[in-house]
Design a protein around this ligand. Structure first.
Ligand code: BG6
Length: 478
């Protein structure tokens, strides 16, 4: 058995990381628009007041807004069957709380979707991908406030009705579980507990705000699922999680239980709510021990139960090791953990673990029995243009090949895997560091961290490799 005949091979991006045109055609300011550039060693900064002369990578990004036709054509040349992208909320509702949508914003996505359909590329749309309108952050600290639910649903109604008949797959929130960690507060939820200039990696964190914010996001997601099905019974709505599975560093039972707790909160809590329709019981203890109290309204439990997602999706970049042994130090990964002695890491310290993808897919499928898409995966790396103008990114090919092999193993294990959209199919701005130098694409874009570059696109070696992978439905991975 191989991948399904109708397997969705494709690629994934997010609006703020590639569109640019940050204030064009009525677009409002989004949270990433107030983030400066950064690097692997220097945190990007959040500047609520924009600074003259400072570089803001999302403002022009790779100018996809004006070049989407060229980009979609390149995707179609690789044979994409699916393109996962996000809608910038602030193109549709510039401040986030207007009652009427911005027609020019809607028109842009009409054109983008039509361009995909012209090449038989199925769109998968992320409704909110790390891009809360900054106006709502300033107005009531974003998702901490229950009024956010109505703003989000108003936005959903506008896009669900406008793109009816053209789009089938929707994701309510990108990597919703990022908000179980301090990193996700501003990134995912637009929560800023102090409106002042600060390092992105060093924000004032109030866990109560993040978890209350998540409750509001769960309700918003569940109501969006119901709304989508009412507007178009063909709509399929999914959740989207970072899957960064945790392994116990040793077989010491204390490590094993500690790891289970980490997995509960980070990897399972959000998808348990969105796939099963209720809060898992293990969170009661976590909330108690962390002084978190979730304010629910009457009827919330019912909303969650009636708003379960139709399918599960995740990003997968790494796994983590956990231990209770304080002598085992060393940063394991982006978020948490200690180094895994069996794995190598990327130049940004993300540990590469293809087998962990097979393991994770099995875990997810055992738990939910829902169709699964891997909607992000890939290697962020430094690419160089050779003298002959080519980009020999064999390291990226090796990374992707190994992960595709393990997805295939998972399919043989019985997992219902529907699609694979590797991240940053065209080079774009990195989320964690705000730089262009961390590249993921099959397509190289001439954009650099000093703000130079003519935006021209060129194919990397991986472009032709991926084209062959798609043409053979994943059989020829050489
Ligand atoms: C995911 C996000 O966390 O990982 C993307 O959904 C992000 O938006 C991607 O770009 C890769 O992370 P980074 O930090 O390398 O850009």
């Amino acid at each position: 058995m191989m991948f399904r005949k109708d397997f969705y091979w494709g690629g994934a991006t997010a609006a703020n990381q590639l569109e640019g045109a940050w204030n064009v055609d009525g677009k409002g300011v989004s949270c990433p628009d107030v983030c400066t550039g950064g690097s692997a060693t220097k945190s990007k900064r959040i500047t609520p007041v924009l600074e003259e002369g400072t570089f803001y990578p999302s403002h022009d990004a790779i100018d996809h807004y004006h070049r989407y036709k060229e980009d979609i054509k390149l995707f179609s040349e690789m044979g994409f069957k699916m393109y996962r992208f996000s809608i910038a909320w602030t193109r549709i509702f510039p401040n986030g709380d207007e009652t009427e949508p911005n027609e020019k914003g809607l028109q842009f996505y009409d054109d983008l979707i039509d361009e995909c359909l012209k090449y038989n590329i199925e769109p998968m749309i992320t409704i909110s991908h790390y891009e809360v309108p900054f106006g709502l952050t300033k107005k009531f600290n974003s998702w901490t406030d229950r009024r956010m639910i109505d703003c989000y649903l108003n936005y959903c109604r506008a896009i669900f009705t406008r793109y009816k008949g053209k789009v089938k797959y929707w994701l309510t929130f990108n990597e919703i579980n990022s908000a179980t960690a301090p990193m996700g507060g501003f990134l995912n939820q637009g929560i800023l507990n102090e409106i002042k200039e600060m390092d992105f990696n060093n924000q004032k964190d109030i866990p109560q705000n993040r978890f209350q914010g998540l409750h509001h996001q769960f309700i918003a997601s569940a109501l969006a699922v119901q709304m989508a099905h009412e507007i178009d019974p063909n709509y399929q709505v999914g959740c989207m999680n970072i899957m960064a599975t945790n392994y116990p560093l040793t077989c010491n039972p204390q490590d094993v239980v500690y790891t289970q707790q980490k997995n509960h909160v980070f990897n399972w809590f959000c998808s348990d709510v969105q796939c099963r329709g209720k809060y898992p019981s293990y969170m009661d203890r976590y909330f108690k021990e962390h002084n978190i109290s979730i304010q629910k309204q009457e009827g919330d439990d019912e909303i969650l139960l009636n708003g379960c997602v139709d399918f599960y999706t995740c990003s997968y970049y790494m796994s983590n090791c956990q231990t209770v042994d304080p002598s085992k130090t060393g940063k394991g990964n982006l978020l948490t953990g200690v180094p895994n002695p069996y794995l190598k890491a990327s130049d940004w310290g993300w540990q590469i673990d293809p087998i962990g993808l097979r393991y994770s897919l099995n875990e997810i499928y055992d738990r939910y029995q829902l169709p699964i898409f891997v909607v992000e995966n890939g290697l962020g790396a430094y690419d160089t243009i050779e003298e002959d103008g080519t980009i020999q990114d064999d390291y990226r090919i090796d990374y992707l090949r190994a992960h595709i092999e393990q997805m295939h193993e998972a399919v043989l294990d019985g997992v219902d895997l529907r699609g694979y959209t590797p991240w940053g199919c065209i080079d774009l701005v990195s989320v964690s560091t705000g730089e262009f130098a961390k590249r993921y694409g099959f397509i190289f874009v001439e954009r650099y961290d000093d703000g130079t570059g003519d935006y021209s696109r060129r194919k990397k070696k991986s472009f032709d490799w991926y084209k062959k992978v798609i043409a053979t439905n994943g059989q020829d991975l050489d």
